[in-house]
Design a protein around this ligand. Structure first.
Ligand code: ZN
Ligand code: FE
Length: 255
């Protein structure tokens, strides 16, 4: 492990993330959902963040930006396309931009869909990606600001990362996502086993993260639009992958 990740709950189902580069001790936050639990995590670990990476403008991801900036003087980085809606932003980023957490390189991946400017942050050497409200464990974000084809392309970028990459997303939605996934992919043995593990974790109040890209490819229906069994269940054998994805997202909206 080159980077340690402290994961904690904010509000009812947001994840807060505090991460530290082992070599240099440099620390950062990914999104700022709620001040109190973030301060608790900093107190618990002793990792003082100098950087805040923002994924998108939604209030539940930027709420504590200004309070944390006042307290720690941290540098706030976020997507250029949403800069005017991200409080306290110091630096804007776009596709392919590189940042650093101490000795660790951070790559910016633009993933429009949930919002028009949403970005994910990938640490290639550490093998971690922070996907916020684009790719969830067993699900994907709602489409508020872009058509399904746009989100489908964004998820494709994440799906192409190395399989062992650890995935940290923005919300604990995994249990309800698992129930939906089983409804469209009922014969998937790996999904059934994972759903059982998710049930057990949630029954104990434990988070269901991190997941991996490989696990999502095997069990997350939103990355499996090409799968013959899912297509058969939907009656969409002849449709394009993007059309199957759009139908899955439409069904999930009213599940
Ligand atoms: Zn959001
Ligand atoms: Fe959110």
């Amino acid at each position: 492990m080159l980077v340690d990740v402290e994961l904690f709950t904010c509000h009812s189902d947001n994840f807060g993330v505090l991460a530290r580069d082992r070599e240099t001790g440099a620390a950062m936050l990914v999104d700022a959902p709620e001040e109190a639990p973030i301060l608790e995590a900093i107190g618990r670990t002793g990792w003082k963040p100098s950087l805040l990476l923002v994924t998108h403008h939604h209030h539940d991801h930027v709420e504590a930006n200004l309070a944390l900036k006042r307290r720690f003087g941290l540098r706030i980085v976020g997507p250029e396309a949403e800069a005017d809606r991200i409080p306290g932003i110091d630096e804007t980023v776009r596709e392919g931009d590189a940042l650093a957490l101490g000795s660790q390189e951070i790559r910016v991946i633009e993933t429009p869909g949930h919002t028009a400017g949403h970005v994910c942050y990938h640490l290639p050497a550490a093998g971690i990606v922070f996907t916020a409200d684009t790719l969830f464990a067993l699900g994907c974000g709602r489409l508020f600001e872009a058509p399904p084809e746009t989100m489908f392309a964004s998820l494709g970028k994440l799906a192409a990362l190395p399989g062992q990459t650890a995935v940290y997303c923005g919300h604990e939605y995994t249990l309800s996502n698992a129930r939906f996934a089983l409804s469209v992919d009922p014969g998937n043995e790996r999904l059934k086993a994972r759903a059982a593990r998710v049930e057990a974790l949630r029954a104990q109040g434990k988070p269901t993260l991190p997941t991996t890209i490989a696990e999502e490819l095997a069990t997350n229906p939103f990355l499996r639009a090409a799968d013959p069994a899912i297509r058969k269940t939907l009656g969409m054998e002849a449709a394009s992958d993007a059309q199957v994805f759009a139908e899955l997202r439409r069904r999930k909206d009213s599940f």
